[in-house]
Design a protein around this ligand. Sequence first.
Ligand code: CMP
Length: 476
Amino acid sequence: MTADRSSPKHRIVLFIFATVAVALALYFYISLMGQRLEPGRPHSNLLNIPVLTLAALLGYLGVRALNAALFDLAFRLRRGYEAPTLVRNIFTLVAFTILFVIVFKYLYADVNLGALFTTSAIFGVIIGLALQDTLGNFFAGISLHADRPFQVGDVIVVGQQKLTGVVVGITWRAIKLRNFQNHILLVSNSVAARESIEVCSRNELNARYVFFGTLYTDSPAKTIHVVREAVRDADNVSERITPIVRIRNLGDFSIEWEIKYWLDDYAKYNDTDALVRQRVWYALRRSGLTFAFPTRTIHVERKAPLRAATAAEGITDRLAAVDIFAPLSPEEIQQLATAAVGHVFAPGETLIRAGDKGSSMFVVHNGRVQVQITENGRQRPVAVLSEGDFFGEMGLFTGEPRTANVIALDETEVLEIGHEAMRRLFETNPSLAESISWTIAERRADLAASSREVSQASIEESAGLLASIKRFFGLR
Ligand code: CMP
C-alpha cells in the first residue's frame, strides 16, 4: 500500500524538508560570497539576486507556517469554524509583501521602491487592465466577507438562474458551491455581488413545502391529523416546530394541500421531501383517505333520495339509542331516520347561535359539541355533548329564540330533525312531549344556575313547558 501523498503528515515533512534546504542554501551562499555581498560593493547588486530569491522563498515558507498556525489552530479554537480562504490569502499576500520589501530594502538600500511603482504609469495601466476582472472579484470577495451574509455549510440560491448548493468555500475569485449532484459550481464574487442570494443558514431552522391532493369526499380535519402525525416523526423533520398541514386551494379535481415542515439539516431537503411524500402515501392509505387524480363526478338524480344501507342503519341505531326516543317503536325510529338530515361541521364551527330562531333539533351522530353562554361578553362553557346526545330541542319545542351557542369541538356529524317529523311522533306518543319537557326544564335550570340567577321552580316549570309544547305543536 502506498502512503497518501497529500496526507497532512506527508505535507508537514515536505514543508520542513523544503525550509531546511532553502535555509541551508542561503547560509552556504552567504558564507561563500562573504565580503563580496556588502551593499555598495561592485557586483554586489547582481550577486544579491540569489540571496533575494532564497530569502523570499524562506519568507514565503515562513508566512505559510504562520498562516497555518494562526488560522488552522487559533482561528478554529477561538471561533469554532475554519477561517475563510479569502482571509488567509489576503494575510499571506500582505505578510509576504512586507517581508519582501524589508529584505529588498536591506539588500538594495539605494533603490527607491515607492518611486519605482508610482512613476511607472504605463506599468500601472497594463497591470490594471490585465487584472480588471480579477481585482473586481477580489474586492467583491472582500465586501462579501465584510458583510458575512453566509458561511461555509449554508445552502444558498444565487440569482435568477437559481444556482443552488452548499457553500464549501469563498476564495479571492469565487464562491464555491457543491450542488446536489455533487458537482462543484463556481460563482464569481463579482457576479454574486450583483445578483440576489437566498441564504438558508445551517444554524437556523428552514422550512420546506410539500404538496398533495385529496378527494373532496375525504374529511379535512381527519386529513390534517393523519398527515401531521405521519410527517412529524420522519427523519430530519425538526421536532422543534410541529409541521403545518393546510388547504392551499379548492381545486378542480381535488382539495389541494400543503405541508410546511422545518428541517434539522436543510442541505438534505431533497431526501426529506421524498420521505415526507412517502409518509403521506402510507398514512393516507392506512386511514382510508384517497389521493386525488383528475376526475369528473357525474351526479345522476333519482326521484327518491337513496341512502346507502349501512349509513341508514347507522342512523337508525343512533336514534334508537337516544333516551328521549326510547318510547318509540322500531317503525317510528325508522321514519325518524328517513326524515333526519345529516350535516358535518369542522372543529370550531358554530352549529347554533344564541338568539337565532330555530325550527329543528339535532342528535350528535359522531364527534362532540360544546354548549356555551355569553357572560360579560365572554363565552362560558355550560356542557359538552357527545354521540347520542341531542340539542336544539328548546328552540324547536317552545318556539323561543335559541338559548345558547353550540360549537363543534371535533369534526362533528349531527342529524337534524325538523318540526314536522316531531309533530307526527307527538301525535302517536304523548309521553314523548313529557320527557322532552323534563329535559328542557333541567337544562333551563342549568342555564339559570350557570348565569348565577336563582332557579327553584324547574319542576313547576316543566308542567308549564308541557302545556306550551302541546300548544306549539297543536296537540290536545
Ligand atoms: P336551543 O335553545 O334551541 O339552542 C341551544 C341549545 O343548547 C338548547 O336548545 C339546548 O339544546 C342546549 N343547551 C342549553 N343549555 C344546556 C345545558 N345546560 N346542558 C345541555 N344542553 C344545553
